[in-house]
Design a protein around this ligand. Sequence first.
Ligand code: NAD
Ligand code: ZN
Length: 405
Amino acid sequence: MSRFTLPRDVYHGKGALEALKTFEGKRAIICTGGGSMKRGGFLQKVEAYLKEAGMEVELFEGIESDPSVETVMKGAEAMSKFQPDWIVAIGGGSPIDAAKAMWIKYEYPDTTFEDMCKVFGLPKLRTKAKFCAISSTSGTATEVTAFSIITDYQKGIKFPIADFEITPDVAIVDPELAHTMPKKLVAHTGMDAMTHAVEAYVSTANCDYTDPLAIHAIEMIMDNLVKSYNEDMDARDAMHNAQCLAGMAFSNALLGIVHSMAHKTGAVFADLGAHIIHGAANAMYLPKVVAFNAKDPTAKKRYGVIADYMHLGGSNDDEKVKLLIDYLRKMNDDLNIPHCIAHYGADGLPAEQGFVPENVFLERLHDIAANAILDACTGSNPRQPSQEEMEKLLKCCYYDTEVDF
Ligand SMILES: NC(=O)c1ccc[n+]([C@@H]2O[C@H](COP(=O)([O-])OP(=O)(O)OC[C@H]3O[C@@H](n4cnc5c(N)ncnc54)[C@H](O)[C@@H]3O)[C@@H](O)[C@H]2O)c1
Ligand SMILES: [Zn+2]
C-alpha cells in the first residue's frame, strides 16, 4: 500500500493571502524569520487578516536560516504559553520548517529532538493546533511537504524530520511574496526545486500519482527559472507554482542522495564561517548524482524520459543522460552558481578559492560520507552507494571531476 498526502487546501495565485480572513479559531501564532516578511509588508497583512477573522494574534520572530534545535525549543515554549489553535508560518523554508518542529513539541512537550527524527514515527498532531504555511521562496515547497529540516549545530548536521503528520493543513502559495527575492535566492531555491523534481522522478518510491507532478514541474522550471532570475515577474510567478508541484511530488515519492549529501555538507563547515546553502549544494551535486545513478538501468531510462520531456535530443539513453547533465550544468552557469565545493565562495558565488580548503574537506570526508549514507533521503535513491562510492562521489563534488564509477 502507498499513501499520497497533501494539505487539504492549497490557496494559490495573486491575493491568495486573503484566504486567512476565512480561518476559524481563537488564537494564532505567526512564526517568521529575520525581517524580510515585515519589510515586504506581508507580515502586517497576515496579522491584519487573522485579526479580521476574529483571532488573537502573537508573533514569534527571528527564526534564523537553517534553524537550530534550540530555536525549535524556544518557539515551542512560546506556543505552550500562548496556547494557539492555529500556527501560521510565513517565510522561506527555514521559518516554516522550524514552526513544524515547534508544533510537534507543542503538542507533545515530552518529545525530544531525537524522537522527532524517527522517520514516519510521529504521534498524531492537531490535538491542539492546525498548521498553515505561507512560502516566500520558490524552492523548498515545505508548505506542502511532510518534511522539516533542523540543524544540530553541536554535530554540524542537518536532520530531516519526515512524517505526513507535519504536512500542513493549509498552504498559501501567493506569488507576490516571491517578488522581493534577491537574485541569488531565486537561483538557489529554484535549483532546489529542480532537484526535488528530478530526485522524485527517479526515486524508488515514485508512482503514477507523483510522476506527472514531477515532470510538469521540471518543464516549468526549465521554461521559467533563468527568466525569473533575470527579473521576469511572470516567470517568477510560474516558478512559485512549479516549486510547489515539485514539492507535492517529492513529499510523496521522497528524494535521493543529492539531498543526503546537501544535508550533511550544509553546516559541517560552519566553523569556517559559512554554510553551503541548501539549493546551491543541490545544484552542484545533482549533475554528479545523475551520472552515478545512471549506472542503474531503471534510473537511466527515467533520466532519458526527463530529457525527452525537456526536448534535449539524443538517440539513446546514454546520450540523453549526458545531455541532461550538460543542461543542468548550463543552468548553474546561467544562475551564477559554482560547479563544485572547491570553487564555492563564502557568499555562495563562484570563487577562484572556495571557503572550504582541500585539507579540511579531506579530513572530514569519511564522516560526511558515513552520515550522508545514514540520511533519511538515501533509502529511496535508485542506487545505494557504499562508503567508498560515497566518498568518491563527494570528491567529484569537491573537485568537479567526472563520475565514472
Ligand atoms: N521541508 C522541506 O521539505 C525542505 C525542502 C528543502 C529544503 N528545506 C530546508 O529549507 C531551508 C532553506 O529554505 P529557503 O531556501 O526557503 O531559505 P530560508 O528560509 O533559509 O531563507 C533564506 C533568506 O532569504 C530571506 N527571504 C526569504 N523570503 C524572502 C523574500 N520573499 N524576499 C526577500 N528575502 C527573503 C530570508 O529572510 C533569509 O535571509 C534549509 O534549511 C533547507 O534544508 C526544507
Ligand atoms: Zn531541497
